[in-house]
Design a protein around this ligand. Structure first.
Ligand code: NAD
Length: 249
């Protein structure tokens, strides 16, 4: 019970096969009251209900300041505190540099980077007042190695931006005992990857992964539990690679 009685918000957690839902489920199993924030009201409520009745599902586009503020007001009204925020919502687009149009850039950067900033801004006053909190940001190996498998350069840029934002927030919020850390997942089997990998592609990818398997959502959830809980009590500003050895640096 590493998160007993803690209140944990996970964004982008309504997708049943996603990293966010796996994280929400593991947090709930560890005693947390979990808030699922995703685009669709019904999907968010359904995902929260699947975890048990003490959890909450709310709709918000993480890139929309009003919607984010309204969601956090609901959380404070129900639970009165926020202990953990996992900035997980993200989208990707497999396009090349010369094909990135303004709308592609805006869409991808808005969710990962603006969303991480807005959600963090919405919980920081509460965490500061509590003098405790943990913010976990989901970046990507593609930020570190210059592209993953499915994301275009704008996705790498958004996820690299998340690393910089998180590190700077870690420095700023450390004195208030609010920790900010990142996870950089490798290739994890979720709806982002579903049906898009041929056997040949999988074999080529596995050749570059020393652990010789793709990641599972639970692999990321366990890392998020480490960073969200007191197991990582003296870690802030770190980047935790969860990639099976795909990138060792
Ligand atoms: P997913 O598509 O299964 O889930 C993403 C969730 O985010 C969905 O539920 C979606 O509705 C939600 N979402 C999208 N835009 C949103 C918005 N504006 N506001 C609120 N919610 C929004 O994806 P996943 O594979 O579980 O990925 C989760 C995170 O991990 C993403 O940030 C992704 O970039 C990152 N990541 C994934 C992998 C991978 O291999 N799957 C690797 C590295 C990083």
């Amino acid at each position: 019970m590493l998160l007993k009685d803690k209140v944990a918000i996970v964004t982008g957690a309504a997708s049943p096969r996603g990293l966010g839902f796996a994280t929400a489920k593991l947090f709930a199993e560890n005693g947390a009251k979990v808030v699922i924030v995703d685009l669709d009201t019904e999907a968010s409520k359904k995902a929260a209900a699947a975890l048990g009745e003490q959890h909450l599902g709310v709709a918000a586009n993480v890139a929309n300041e009003q919607q984010v503020q309204a969601a956090i007001e609901q959380v404070i009204a129900k639970y009165g505190r926020v202990d953990v925020l996992v900035n997980n919502a993200g989208i990707t687009q497999p396009i090349k540099t010369m094909d990135i149009k303004r709308e592609n850039y805006d869409a991808v950067l808005d969710v990962s980077l603006r969303g991480t900033l807005l959600m963090s801004q919405a919980v920081i006053p509460t965490m500061r007042a509590q003098k405790s909190g943990s913010i976990v940001c989901i970046s990507s190996v593609s930020a570190q190695r210059g592209g993953g498998i499915f994301g275009g350069p704008h996705y790498s840029a958004a996820k690299a931006g998340v690393l910089g934002l998180a590190r700077a927030m870690a420095r700023e919020l450390g004195p208030d005992n609010v920790r900010v850390n990142c996870i950089t997942p490798g290739l994890i089997q979720t709806d982002i990857t579903a049906g898009k990998l041929t056997d040949e592609m999988t074999a080529n990818i596995l050749a570059g992964i020393p652990m010789n398997r793709l990641g599972d959502a639970i692999d990321i959830a366990r890392a998020a539990l480490f960073l969200g809980s007191d197991l990582s009590s003296y870690s802030t500003g770190i980047t935790l690679d969860v990639n099976g050895g795909m990138l060792i640096h």
